[in-house]
Design a protein around this ligand. Structure first.
Ligand SMILES: C[S@@+](CC[C@H](N)C(=O)[O-])C[C@H]1O[C@@H](n2cnc3c(N)ncnc32)[C@H](O)[C@@H]1O
Length: 255
């Protein structure tokens, strides 16, 4: 994928809140995306980031996904933080969605160092967050992150995504964040297997939709699918929501 060219195309098509006729999407742009971090949450996140950026340890990574484009197997924690953790405007978007919707049940595929999980839990403190990570050493650092921020409502599961799906849990999640194993066929398989775990307002966040041709192809089939009537393109994040009562519509939105 020529990511530079893709970004120009995205920016050309991306809209702000003006010209959006769907009240649901207008509210998202007008209210949710205006939420700012509370002072306490901002401080907590900054402390966590400083700890991860200055951590002198390296850990052995077991790669269960479609592979990382940038890293070798013994990885310094600051480097994992730099390349794999949600931060900046996408971390903020996780926080904004969590604050706006006050989720009760959240599922995250791909914990890494736990940064995305922390954004979500700070935004929705009442949510029970189940987060799945196959790499033992990476998960252990995430547990340290949760402890540092004193987050107690997180169920951290060490397993592959396929093993987790084989458990056939019955929970209906309000948010499902898929951020690992960036392969288009695998993504579509996970979405299919998670069918029973969604309700009409479940928000699916699909990370790295432009990571490879196969991910982008999968994202385009999500846009075309009748399973999701609202699809939102935020360049790195693709968001899909069933909302079957709404006329099917796709939006390319500025972040
Ligand atoms: C991009 S990182 C997740 C970042 C995190 N969600 C955040 O927001 O900070 C992806 C993680 O998914 C894990 N992973 C990839 N494929 C997996 C699989 N098939 N099963 C379980 N974990 C997997 C990797 O070990 C890696 O830690």
């Amino acid at each position: 994928m020529n990511i530079g060219f893709e970004y120009i195309k995205y920016r050309w098509n991306a809209k702000g809140r003006h010209g959006i006729h769907s009240p649901f999407v207008f509210d998202l742009m007008d209210k949710c995306l205006k939420i700012q971090f509370s002072k306490e949450d901002n401080e907590e996140l900054n402390d966590l980031f400083t700890a991860l950026k200055t951590d002198s340890r390296s850990i052995e990574i077991e790669d269960f996904g479609a592979g990382s484009k940038k890293l070798s197997n013994l990885r310094p924690i600051p480097k994992i933080f730099k390349t794999s953790s949600s931060k900046g405007k996408y971390g903020k978007l996780l926080y904004q969605l969590a604050r706006f919707h006050q989720f009760k049940n959240v599922l995250e595929f791909g914990t890494s160092l736990g940064v995305g999980t922390c954004y979500l839990q700070l935004g929705s403190p009442e949510a029970k967050i189940t987060t799945v990570e196959a790499c033992k050493n990476t998960r252990e650092i995430a547990l340290e992150s949760f402890k540092m921020l004193e987050l107690k409502n997180i169920e951290s599961i060490r397993s592959t995504f396929d093993e987790f799906l084989a458990q056939k849990r019955e929970t209906k999640y309000d948010l499902i964040y898929i951020d690992g194993h960036h392969d288009g066929d695998a993504l579509l398989r996970y979405l299919n297997e998670l069918k029973e775990n969604k309700h009409d307002e479940t928000i699916f966040i699909l990370d790295d939709i432009r990571w490879s041709k196969s991910m982008f192809k999968a994202w385009n089939s999500v846009i075309a699918s009748e399973e999701y009537h609202v699809t939102l393109d935020f360049f790195r994040f693709g968001i899909a929501i069933p909302r079957k009562h709404q006329v099917k519509e796709h939006f390319t939105l500025k972040l």
